[in-house]
Design a protein around this ligand. Structure first.
Ligand SMILES: Cc1cc2nc3c(=O)[nH]c(=O)nc-3n(C[C@H](O)[C@H](O)[C@H](O)COP(=O)(O)OP(=O)(O)OC[C@H]3O[C@@H](n4cnc5c(N)ncnc54)[C@H](O)[C@@H]3O)c2cc1C
Length: 453
């Protein structure tokens, strides 16, 4: 039977979920189709399992601080199956939370595959192959992304992407991580904190290439202190699973680098999931970077929207959510939301974390902006001292006395960036920020000296 929806969304990740919830709240009839797990990559293979794991390794690493605080504990040890159970439990809670949001909002759901066959029709097929054609006023593509593979490198039991490594049920004694960007350093932090011998191999001359150099340098120093070996300017040539180990060959400074380890993890980026046959048939424009959209998140085909990783750019869950809010506002004719890539904060959940919003110093300088850079160190903050948080700093970038960007490296950077994201997105001036009263004593007081000058 043909049914008419106001909106059919394909993909139940952060983008699809946000669009479904908001449009249903405006009394639209909404259907969301998901072929795998509710919550998408974020819940099942991304943000949530990795952060559950990183919280375990951080607690374990932080035990070393306790002795300095006068607390002696009996010998600590790792129960890896229990760590995995924690990961699975948190993923389950997140997936159930996603489902509850849909139910509470009155969104109709279907578990299976959605295929767009025209600007107003979607073919839905369940796992048994049973299919039906559904009609909608609007359609949204929220298919997400997949790991980017390297030519000539094959996945196996011992060579995996982030998807595969999250299913590993034993702690490797050694691991080679190919790629020193966000996902690579997060896994490096996790495995190194639990005692594995970690080697990062990165083709560029630095890790975390998109973030502030000085912050990345501090992180590099901390990773090395954890025992991570970092080979930058190193080009992977081959990676072979011998059955009992992996053997890697790479070029570094014109010399051959040979390494072996228990496992290898490819963290060489992600690419949008482009079902090109489907897009071509519909005449939807895309490049290999993603589906092209306008400021309303609409594709070149009227009534078909695309949000999240499938549109390329910085692949982050909250970016997908914001894009979905903008599209939902347009579909419901409320136009409540705005999307500005510059206001999307990004976080590297390594230890220490790196968090940024808006401009880095390098980007501002490249654009020829006259800027003032102000820095404040964790070492000058009494809570950072009391809690033995170690090194860290905030760097704020002002242009014409307005805060246009900030980067934080250090403990709790992910939480600290949130108020600065609000400040940057509202283009607050230094004078306005100087009246921001910060509770004492808190880590947030590191902001005080940035804005008082
Ligand atoms: C290891 C890792 C760690 C990450 N950590 C973070 C983090 O800390 N913070 C952050 O912001 N981002 C993080 N990300 C990125 C984040 O997960 C993505 O940016 C986010 O999930 C994108 O949301 P989305 O809605 O665009 O797509 P997705 O979350 O990928 O969801 C797309 C969904 O569409 C479904 N689908 C695809 N095709 C069809 C079809 N034809 N029919 C039905 N369903 C379909 C898929 O099954 C999937 O569930 C991480 C990613 C990875 C891999």
């Amino acid at each position: 039977m043909s049914e008419k929806y106001d909106l059919i969304i394909i993909g139940g990740g952060p983008g699809g979920l946000a669009a479904a919830e908001l449009t249903a709240a405006k009394k639209k009839r909404v259907l969301i189709i998901e072929k795998d797990g509710w919550g998408g990559t974020c819940t099942h293979r991304g943000c949530i399992p990795t952060k559950a794991l990183l919280s375990c390794s951080k607690h374990y690493a932080d035990l070393k601080k306790l002795k300095r605080m006068g607390i002696n504990i009996a010998e600590a040890s790792i129960d890896f199956p229990a760590i995995k159970k924690h990961q699975q439990q948190i993923v389950k809670v997140s997936a159930l939370g996603a489902q509850k949001i849909l139910t509470d909002a009155g969104v109709e759901t279907k578990q299976g595959t959605g295929e767009i066959i025209s600007s107003s029709k979607v073919r839905f097929a369940d796992s048994s192959g049973k299919s039906e054609i559904l009609s909608a006023q609007n359609i949204m593509i929220a298919w997400g992304s997949v790991p980017q593979m390297l030519p000539g490198i094959n996945l196996s039991d011992r060579v995996s992407t982030s998807d595969g490594i999250l299913n590993l049920n034993l702690l490797p004694s050694s691991i080679i991580i190919v790629g020193g960007s966000v996902i690579g350093v997060e896994f490096a932090t996790f495995f190194a904190e639990l005692g594995a011998k970690v080697t990062i191999v990165e083709i560029l001359d630095r890790i975390i290439p998109l973030e502030d150099q000085e912050c990345a340098d501090l992180l590099r120093q901390e990773l090395i202190r954890m025992g991570v070996a970092i080979h930058t300017s190193t080009k992977l040539e081959s990676l072979k699973d011998t059955g009992s180990s992996v053997v890697m060959s790479a070029q570094k400074d014109g010399k051959q680098l040979e390494l072996s380890a228990d496992y290898a993890l490819l963290c060489t980026g992600r690419k949008p999931l482009l079902n090109t046959d489907e897009l071509d048939k519909l005449g939807i424009e895309y490049t290999k970077a993603g589906i092209k959209i306008d400021s309303k998140m609409m594709t070149n085909v009227a009534g078909i929207y695309a949000v999240g990783d499938v549109t390329g750019g910085i692949m982050l869950a909250h970016r997908a959510t914001q894009q979905a809010k903008v599209a939902a506002g347009f579909i419901c004719q409320t136009n409540d939301f705005i999307y500005d890539e510059n206001f999307i904060p990004s976080v590297v959940y390594s230890h220490p974390q790196i968090a940024r919003v808006g401009y880095t110093q390098k980007r501002a300088e490249a654009e020829g902006l006259s800027i003032e850079v102000v820095k404040s160190n964790y070492s000058a903050n009494i809570i950072a001292r009391a809690e033995l948080l170690g090194q860290g700093f905030v760097k704020a970038i002002f242009h014409q006395d307005r805060l246009i960007g900030a980067t934080i490296v250090g403990d709790d950077a992910a939480e600290l960036i949130a108020p600065l994201a609000l400040a940057v997105s509202n283009e607050l001036t230094r004078k306005q920020l100087s009246n921001w009263v910060l509770p004492h004593p808190t880590l947030s007081e590191i902001f005080a000296s940035l804005f008082n000058g």
